[in-house]
Design a protein around this ligand. Structure first.
Ligand SMILES: C[S@@+](CC[C@H](N)C(=O)[O-])C[C@H]1O[C@@H](n2cnc3c(N)ncnc32)[C@H](O)[C@@H]1O
Length: 269
């Protein structure tokens, strides 16, 4: 038997991160995936590519535990120096491991979160990476839809975020999330589209049509701005939902979010 560990799958990339950067994503996961985490025998969440400092993994644990008190988090990083730097932060429910897209755990996780990781890869690599990660998720079964892969991108301080959620069967939804006070128009979020969509924001592609319609709904909702940006967003999303398969409701819209079915935004080719 070869005693050496296999080489992790992937490439070391920039380690930029920030405290509280992923709060919007964490809260959405706790709200929408909390019940699955509570039901799991051993609810393990992976923070894949947590970066030069372990803040996002520490915070993921705190936020998941509000929804699922038995949740534990494993931070997985492909840069061994970043793993060594994170080790002192291990605590009850939090571990750090060297690894990559193979996900070096014996368990199949209830959650894999990969934030600001895949934008640094080539678009052509994406399908294989998604397939590999989805195959590592806890499987669907009686009373469970299985684990969730949440893969997306945000700005440095987490004001603008777009992420895709995938189950063991493949992509399910796309979520747009923003600090409403910082927004001129919904298409400001285009610069944060994940790798699968960023090169598709061109005429003829669904994501381009979606953002165009969203901007139009936002403009029509301008009179609601006097009640605040939140009311304007809620009104705009309500209009948008007449033509696009919006899957969430006003409780999430109030947070400056909207979630749409993946098949409506998926690239054409
Ligand atoms: C820009 S940082 C993102 C940090 C954190 N997730 C955030 O959003 O603030 C990307 C990190 O992903 C790591 N990374 C890239 N490919 C990886 C892979 N295949 N497996 C694990 N980590 C990976 C890089 O080494 C880098 O530290």
């Amino acid at each position: 038997m070869n005693a050496r560990a296999a080489k992790p799958v992937g490439t070391v990339t920039r380690g930029t991160t920030n405290p509280n950067r992923l709060r919007r994503m964490d809260r959405w996961i706790a709200a929408t995936h909390g019940a699955e985490l509570r039901r799991a025998d051993d609810p393990v969440a992976v923070d894949l590519g947590y970066g030069a400092a372990p803040w996002t993994a520490v915070e993921l644990l705190q936020r998941l535990r509000t929804a699922a008190p038995r949740a534990r988090v494993v931070g997985v990083e492909i840069d061994p120096a970043r793993v060594a730097a994170a080790k002192p932060y291990e605590r009850d429910g939090l571990r750090f491991r060297h690894g990559g897209f193979e996900i070096p755990l014996p368990e199949r996780p209830s959650l894999i979160r990969a934030a600001n990781v895949l934008r640094q890869y080539e678009e052509a690599e994406l399908a294989a990476v998604w397939a590999r990660l989805c195959a590592r998720l806890a499987p669907a079964g009686a009373g469970t839809r299985g684990g969730l892969l949440v893969e997306g991108t945000c700005d440095e301080i987490g004001r603008r975020h777009v992420w895709i959620a995938l189950g063991p069967e493949g992509p399910r939804t796309v979520t747009f999330a923003t600090r409403l006070g910082s927004l001129d128009r919904p298409s400001d979020l285009a610069e944060r589209l994940p790798k699968a969509l960023i090169h598709r924001n061109v005429p003829g592609e669904p994501v381009h049509a979606f953002l165009h319609d969203f901007d139009r709904a936002w403009a029509s909702a301008a009179p609601y701005a006097s009640y605040g940006a939140r009311q304007r967003w809620i009104r705009a999303v309500r209009d948008l939902a007449a033509n696009w398969p919006v899957v969430d409701g006003v409780a999430r819209w109030r947070q400056g979010e909207v979630t749409v079915r993946w098949d409506a935004l998926a690239p054409r080719a």
